[in-house]
Design a protein around this ligand. Structure first.
Ligand SMILES: Cc1cc2nc3c(=O)[nH]c(=O)nc-3n(C[C@H](O)[C@H](O)[C@H](O)COP(=O)(O)OP(=O)(O)OC[C@H]3O[C@@H](n4cnc5c(N)ncnc54)[C@H](O)[C@@H]3O)c2cc1C
Length: 397
């Protein structure tokens, strides 16, 4: 008999976890606040342990079919002239070709489509209360009737509600890195530069675009918090106004990009933060993905790490189905120190995304050209892309 497990959040971690838990024969309930699987967001680099696990899930062909082999990162000035950047082939060499750039929502979609039909899904709802009940946990929802389960997993992202319910308020674990990020897509945008990631920076702010299939373009803004007006940023209208204010007069294609921003109905906008917790479980409640250990988008690997956490959590439960607290402790032991190191690396990188001063920006742009020297690129990437963790090989049925 498997366990009865409820997962809050059908993003990357929650869906990957549901996949593995179901494979191990557990009864899985996946609860998602949004009315349907969420779209939107940015393009992510997918490699490392996330890639390895997606391979074990048999999903690499589907992910690669939706992915892109980016050729070049090009930094441009106000007039659109190249002022830095590098070819991306070193990434491919360092990862032995086990690397693709793909929309976050496409990875989420592939994971979701791979779910066994036996996974029960509830959309448009959320776990709203958690109460210990002996060896089990009683959960209440915003809408659905309450249930009892053997384990609750919060895979509900950076602003996890399960974490707040079972551990403590977000502020206790959130480490803001001083930036905000926003992403959206538009159709028919011109110009296009196929397979080139084009970025324009001004002090404290950066905007990038990437041309995708279907005549779509993806835009990503990164900005230091001091460039956001101190108005509430609760609605999309307020967020768009704040971005327009921050990028007004920034040159390059900004007027056109801000026009496209004005029209979008699917804007991703959030603080760039890490979640640092001393423990990932409390009794029969555990956390996975950003809810447990958000590394922030600066690490470039949050999606792969979320998949890895899901796999190890499910694997430890497979090996210790009769000792849930022991499995949760082992999950933490295996991954928490590794995630700490990833977080430290990402925090160090933060300032290179949107240097605060004109001098810092000029230095960053010039330094980016060093990546054109194959030996330098391979040395730097070999250091940053390595995932120093042993992935156990669990015997999933
Ligand atoms: C639409 C979207 C776009 C994103 N775009 C970017 C981006 O541009 N840049 C970036 O750095 N990171 C982005 N992220 C975050 C990135 O996906 C994660 O860092 C990473 O993939 C880890 O995945 P996760 O599953 O832990 O969290 P997420 O991928 O964030 O998934 C969490 C899921 O939980 C759901 N959820 C949240 N609260 C509740 C609740 N109370 N009850 C039930 N469900 C809930 C969310 O709707 C979401 O589906 C985005 C996330 C989403 C949801």
């Amino acid at each position: 008999m498997g366990l009865r497990i409820a997962i809050n959040g059908a993003g990357i971690a929650g869906t990957a976890l549901a996949f593995w838990l179901r494979r191990a024969g557990h009864e899985v309930l996946l609860v998602e606040q949004a009315p349907r699987p969420r779209t939107g967001g940015y393009i992510i680099d997918f490699w490392g342990i996330g890639y390895d696990i997606a391979e074990r899930m048999g999903l690499i062909p589907a992910i690669r079919a939706r992915g892109y082999r980016v050729q070049e990162v090009r930094l441009v000035d106000r007039a659109g002239r190249a002022c830095g950047g590098f070819p991306v082939d070193a990434f491919v060499r360092v990862t032995h070709g086990r690397f693709t750039s793909v929309r976050r929502s496409d990875v989420a979609g592939v994971l979701f489509e791979a779910l066994d039909p036996g996974v029960e899904k509830i959309f448009g709802d959320s776990i709203a209360a958690i109460e210990p009940a002996g060896e089990r946990v009683r959960i209440a929802f915003d809408h659905a009737p309450p249930r009892e389960v053997d384990l609750v997993v919060g895979a509900d992202g950076l602003h996890s509600r399960v974490r707040t319910l079972a551990f403590d308020a977000e502020a206790r674990f959130e480490v803001p890195l001083g930036y905000h990020v926003a992403a959206f897509e538009a159709e028919g945008y011109r110009p296009r530069d196929e397979l080139v990631y084009v970025s324009h920076g001004i002090p404290g702010r950066q905007v990038s675009r990437f041309s995708m299939r279907g005549d779509r373009t993806l835009f990503l803004f990164v900005l230091r918090d001091e460039y956001l007006r101190a108005t509430p940023l609760a609605s999309d209208a307020e967020r768009k106004a704040a971005l327009a204010h921050a990028f007004q007069g920034a040159g390059w294609e900004c007027p056109r990009i801000l026009e496209a921003l004005h029209r979008t109905e699917d804007l991703y906008f959030d603080r760039v933060s890490q979640i640092r917790m001393p423990r990932w479980s409390a009794g029969r409640v555990a956390l996975a993905g950003d809810a447990a250990a958000c590394v922030s988008f600066l690490a470039g690997e949050g999606t792969g790490l979320a998949i890895a956490e899901a796999y190890v959590l499910a694997g430890e439960l497979l090996e210790r189905a009769h000792d849930v607290p022991g499995a949760l402790a082992r999950y933490e032991e295996r991954l928490l120190p590794f995630l700490r190191r990833k977080q430290a690396g990402a925090a160090k990188l933060a300032s290179s995304f949107a240097p605060a001063t004109a001098a810092g920006l000029a230095f960053r742009n010039a330094a980016s050209r060093l990546m054109r020297i194959p030996s330098v690129a391979e040395w730097l990437l070999g250091r940053d892309l390595r995932d120093e963790v042993d992935l156990p090989g669990y015997s999933f049925p």
